[in-house]
Ligand binder design. Structure first.
Ligand SMILES: CC(C)(COP(=O)(O)OP(=O)(O)OC[C@H]1O[C@@H](n2cnc3c(N)ncnc32)[C@H](O)[C@@H]1OP(=O)(O)O)[C@@H](O)C(=O)NCCC(=O)NCCS
Length: 144
């Protein structure tokens, strides 16, 4: 298993996991554009030549926003989501980030539990945040 930064030729696999996981997935163009930004950090887990999990965040000065976390369906509940979160938080800390934010659908209990276990706490709710009208919970973690 290797935990490493995204490369351009990982995009096909990431696009396909995005489609499997989300009703409003990041498009290939959005994912490809992330390579144009110095602020974006993308990490993934590769196992036997396949991408099984990934995460992405944007860092602006001393704040970061985790924008993507996903684990391919058949690989869930084995700690991969936790590993991705730990890696993003490690990188954020190294870059002297003080606060990390994220948004999660109110209905997405698996992700909310993962984030709570990763040290995030709920901050407030954003009404009708998602394109289908679902609310988001905004969560934050302060880094020491
Ligand atoms: C959310 C997600 C990333 C979790 O990935 P994962 O690899 O299964 O997470 P982990 O195995 O590290 O789980 C860590 C803890 O989170 C909780 N958890 C994860 N999935 C859960 C589920 N389906 N039901 C209840 N608790 C869950 C558990 O407490 C788990 O610890 P445990 O297995 O020791 O009980 C994965 O379910 C996923 O990709 N979902 C679809 C995409 C998504 O919703 N991404 C988040 C968008 S904000």
């Amino acid at each position: 298993m290797s935990l490493r930064a995204w490369k351009l030729n990982d995009l096909d696999e990431i696009v396909s996991i995005e489609a499997e996981c989300f009703s409003d997935p990041w498009t290939r163009r959005m994912l490809a554009d992330s390579f144009l930004s110095d602020r974006f950090v993308g990490v993934l887990l590769e196992e036997d030549g396949n991408v099984t999990a990934y995460g992405g965040m944007s860092i602006t000065l001393d704040e970061a926003e985790i924008e993507l976390v996903a684990v391919s369906e058949m690989y869930r509940r084995c700690g991969r989501g936790t590993q991705i979160m730990e890696e993003l938080l490690r990188i954020a800390k190294k870059r002297k980030v003080k606060k990390v934010f994220l948004e999660v659908r109110v209905s997405n209990s698996p992700a909310q539990i993962l984030y709570l276990k990763s040290g995030f706490r709920g901050l407030h709710c954003r009404t009708r945040y998602y394109p289908d009208g679902e609310d988001a919970v905004v969560m934050v973690k302060e880094l020491g």
